[in-house]
Structure formats: C-alpha cells, structure tokens
Design a protein around this ligand. Structure first.
Ligand SMILES: [Zn+2]
Ligand SMILES: [Zn+2]
Length: 553
C-alpha cells in the first residue's frame, strides 16, 4: 500500500471506531496518525522505526506496518466484522457523521442508507437529542444520497452516449442510430443510456456492440438487444429492421407517462397498438411533439389543438450574459473568451466576474473592477464581430444589500446578482434577501436562484413562487444557469416564471472557453419548460438587446 491508501485505511479505522462509540482519544489517535503518514514525504516502507512519526505509538505502528505490507490489521478486520458495511455510507450523509450513524445503528437498527430512507416517520425525531427538524434534514439527505448515486450530469451522459453512437453508426450494418430515453428528453440528470438503431443485419451489429472497447460488462446479449455496463452506467441498445425504426425510437424515448397517455388515446381511437406498432403522432391526429416535452404535462392536448409552443432553439441564443475571466476565478482572458463566443456566432458577451467580498473566488475590489471595465472597453474596440460588455456577478450579502455601491453598479452594462454565502438563513429571510436585491435598479437578473448543485448540494430554502412574483413586479429576469451541475432554476419553476410573464436569461456561467458550449444544456431545460425565444433576454438580437440595456428597469 502507498501512503495515501494507508492514511485512508487509518481514517476508516477511526470512523468505524467512532461508529462503535469508542473514546474520543483513541479515535483521535488514528486520525492524527493518518495525518502524519500523509505529511511523511517518503514511503512508509522506508521508515525503520514507525514510532518516530508524530502521534504514532506501538499499536498504531503495528497497524501501519501491516497496511504497508498489504496485510489487513487485526483491529480493522474485527471492526469490519462487527459493523455493517452499509453504515459507512450513512456517515457520509451531510449532517450525520459517525457518532450519529452509530446511534442510528444501535438505537434504531439502521444498517444502510436504504434502511434510513424507509424509516417510519417520527422514530428518528423521538430519539434523545434529535427532533423534527433534524429528522427531516437527515431523511432528506438520505433520499438525495440514494438518487445521486445513479445519476449522471448531462454533459457526461452526452459525451458517453455520443461516443457509443459514433461506434454504432460507423458499423457497416447500421442504417440509422439515435440516442433515446431520458437523454433524448434532456432530463436534468441521467440514470442509464438507451440507444436505438436500425439494421438489416441485426445480429452482426449486436455482436460488434457487445465486443466494443468501451464495454465493461455484458449484462444481456441477444440478436436485437444488447445490455451492457460502460463508464459505470447501464446501456441498452435495441436493434430493429429499418421500417420499424421510427416507432421504436418513439417508444424508447418515453417518458413513461407520455407513452401511457398516447396508448390510451390510440385505444380510444380504435387503433391497434403494441410496442413496435404504435404509429407516429400524425396517425393519432397530433402535431409532432418534441422529445423534451414528452412528460405528460399537457403536451398531448396541446398537440391536438395545434397549441404546442415554438420552443427556443440553441441557434436562437445571441449572447451570454454571465461568464467569468481570470480577473476573478475564470481561466480564460477577456480575449480568449471573446474569441470563443465569436466562434459560436454570438453578437454580444457580458463579463460578470465575482464581487469584492467573495475572496475565495478572487472577487474584484472596486478599483480592480474599474480597471477591468477599461480593459473590456479596450477589447471591445478590437473586435468588429462581437459587442463586449462589462458587468458583475455581485454578491447578495446576508441582509440583502449588494456587494458594491450603486454608484459603481451604475457604471456597469449589466448586473447579475446571486447568493454564494450564508445559505442557512431560513426560507423567509432568504426570500426577503433576494427580493431586496431585485428591487435594486441595476440588478437585471438573479443568477442560479436556488443555489443547488446537482449531486452535491440541495437548494437553499427559498420561496421561489414569491421570487417569481417579485421578478415580475420589479422587471428583473431569473437566470436558467446552463452549467450542467446547476441547471438552476429548475424546469417546473422556469415554466411557472415564464407563464407569469417573467423573462429568463440562459447563461453558462462559463469559467473557461469550452464551457460557453454548455448553452445547449440550458436551452434544453428551457425547452422542457415550454419556453419560447421571446421569453429569453439573450435571444434578443443586438439592437434590441442594446435598447433593453438603455431603457433601464
Ligand atoms: Zn455564481
Ligand atoms: Zn458565476
């Protein structure tokens, strides 16, 4: 074992001891020993007497020796025997930790995250030192932890699926191939991948797919269906004769509720249906329903009456209103970001670096912001193809005031306001705080309005419906942040906002040049929310956008 692995094993021992409610000092001994191993600077194997290491006594020295020589130390073996393996995951839930997990185990018989999810309501709250609030928090953490484990972000899922699609398409027996399933519907996170392909020689295509280099494990392999594991996810490939392709693609695109509703409609119309036999929408008397809308949330009746929205498209986006540069925590310069935006065909780009109080992100002091303002103006003069504007992503402070004086904000072309600190102020205070920022005359949009990070952080508590009403009242937009781990606002709220007449901005929050391409994920979520381009500020052509800037709020 290398030092890092040894340190991790020592940490594990400490965690397991804590689960067992061992004394604080014994646990601390292992934690400190782990730190000493990390700080050592040469392989443990080269140390003659391990007791020379800080915080390492005779017992722990023996444990480290065992680990270095690839033996399982007795203490670890005993702990692993005694403590259910699933409990370690419970200790990783936000706000739980080993001591609490140990109590859940001893007092409620909880042995893994699943058991916690299924725990009867009120039992946790009844434990000494817990209460309704902590029960709620822990159960929510358990539920999101479970769903997190299986979900891929849209950019990873797209890259993996495209890679496999290229493989299938390049096979001589492939006539057509498409991504299906939740990825074709562009759901915000993806569980597994579905590919649908048409071929006259199904078997040879199936065999080739099962033997492809990217396959980690073949789960099932028949002449028309191959089910594999690749890149940590399950992938389902279906192969049909070319004439059945459209029907199959439709079926495997889903969503389930949409398919059921369509099937009911077909039955009512007296059509004969089966998995491979359901005809295209047109035979059901419906307009074509874009995949992003197929969730049975009103799209079928709208397709019937010709009232489907004209959904916004990637090509409608004319600029990005929220990107970072190396003035704060971005990696690109004003110039490299501008050139990347030009290659996307954008007419304008707004640089919004962080404001002064966000020191971890190298936020700009007023003086540095003035300096940057001049640099952006100078760069703007260099490019004929694009308008470069200087804004700021200004922090909304704990009391709802902004991180720069209004006199400075007034000099900027565009102001994005957002929350990066003090997330746990409670729903009412958080809502008030953001509403106060919306009432500032210079704030044009609220960036990532709920602060969630997919797979990592829940949204903070905030009354989004009230934000939507206040956005309307103050003529402030709400951002649909296109960064794949944010996609914030989420789809139901975007739909609510747009229905209430609120404009949205679809921004990438790019911190480097390639991230400017994330706009497509934001547009996909906007489409899922039934958004037309008229609701999106950065779909305005430059002249209209310029008018919007000049007219103020
Ligand atoms: Zn931000
Ligand atoms: Zn940002």
């Amino acid at each position: 074992m290398q030092n890092a692995e040894i340190a991790r094993a020592l940490e594990t021992i400490a965690t397991l001891m804590e689960l067992k409610d061992e004394t604080y000092y014994r646990v601390l001994g292992y934690r400190r020993a782990a730190e000493s191993v990390i700080a050592l600077g040469r392989p443990v194997r080269e140390v003659e007497d391990l007791k020379e290491l800080p915080h390492v006594g005779g017992t722990i020295a023996g444990v480290i020796r065992d680990l270095a020589e690839d033996r399982t130390p007795e203490i670890l073996a005993d702990l692993l025997e005694e403590i259910p393996a699933g409990l370690v995951k419970v200790t990783r839930l936000p706000g739980v930790g080993p001591r609490t997990a140990g109590r859940l185990w001893r007092e409620l018989g909880i042995t893994d995250v699943e058991a916690l999810v299924e725990l009867e309501e009120g039992r946790l709250a009844a434990l000494k030192g817990f209460g309704k609030k902590s029960e709620e928090r822990i159960l929510r953490a358990a539920r999101t932890y479970n769903s997190q484990e299986r979900r891929m972000l849209l950019d990873e899922a797209t890259a993996l699926a495209e890679h496999m699609l290229q493989f299938v398409r390049s096979h001589p027996a492939c006539e057509r191939a498409e991504i299906a399933g939740s990825l074709r519907r562009q759901k915000e996170t993806i569980g597994d991948l579905d590919l649908v392909t048409a071929s006259d020689d199904q078997e040879s295509l199936a065999d080739a797919f099962a033997e492809a280099q990217f396959v980690d494990e073949v789960l099932a392999h028949g002449p028309t269906k191959v089910f594999i594991k690749a890149g940590g996810v399950e992938v389902d490939l279906r192969i049909v004769a070319p004439e059945a392709f459209g029907t199959l693609l439709h079926h495997f695109t889903g969503g389930q509720a949409h398919n059921i509703a369509l099937r009911e409609r077909a039955v009512k119309m007296g059509l004969n249906i089966s998995e491979y036999g359901l005809a295209q929408d047109s035979r059901l008397g419906l307009d074509y329903i874009p995949p992003e809308l197929r969730e049975d949330t009103g799209e079928i009746s709208a397709a019937e009456t010709g009232e489907l929205p004209m959904l916004v498209e990637v090509g409608d986006v004319r600029g990005d209103l929220h990107v970072h540069t190396n003035y704060s925590d971005g990696r690109g310069t004003i110039e490299t970001m501008a050139e990347a935006a030009i290659s996307l065909g954008y007419e304008y780009l707004v640089f919004c670096d962080h404001s002064q109080s966000l020191r971890v992100a190298n936020g700009l002091s007023p003086a540095r912001l003035e300096e940057k303002l001049e640099a952006v103006r100078a760069a703007d003069g260099k490019y004929g193809e694009i308008h470069l504007l200087c804004g700021s992503e200004v922090d909304i402070l704990k009391d709802g005031s902004l991180d720069y004086e209004d006199t400075l904000l007034a000099e900027l072309d565009f102001v994005v306001a957002s929350i990066h600190t003090s997330f746990n102020v409670g729903e009412e205070a958080m809502t008030e705080r953001i509403v106060r920022a919306m009432n500032n005359p210079y704030v044009r949009t609220i960036a990532h309005p709920t602060g969630r990070l997919l797979n990592r952080r829940d949204p903070y508590a905030v009354d989004v419906s009230r934000l939507i009403r206040e956005a309307k009242a103050t003529n402030t937009a709400l951002e649909l942040n296109a960064y794949p781990d944010r996609l914030d606002l989420s789809v139901p709220y975007v739909r609510e906002a747009v229905e209430a007449g609120v404009s949205i901005t679809i921004d990438t929050d790019a911190h480097d040049e390639t991230a400017l391409g994330f706009a497509k994920f934001g547009v996909a979520q906007a489409r899922r929310a039934w958004v037309e381009k008229e609701s999106v500020i950065n779909c305005l052509p430059w002249t209209k956008f310029e008018e919007y800037l000049k007219s103020g709020k």
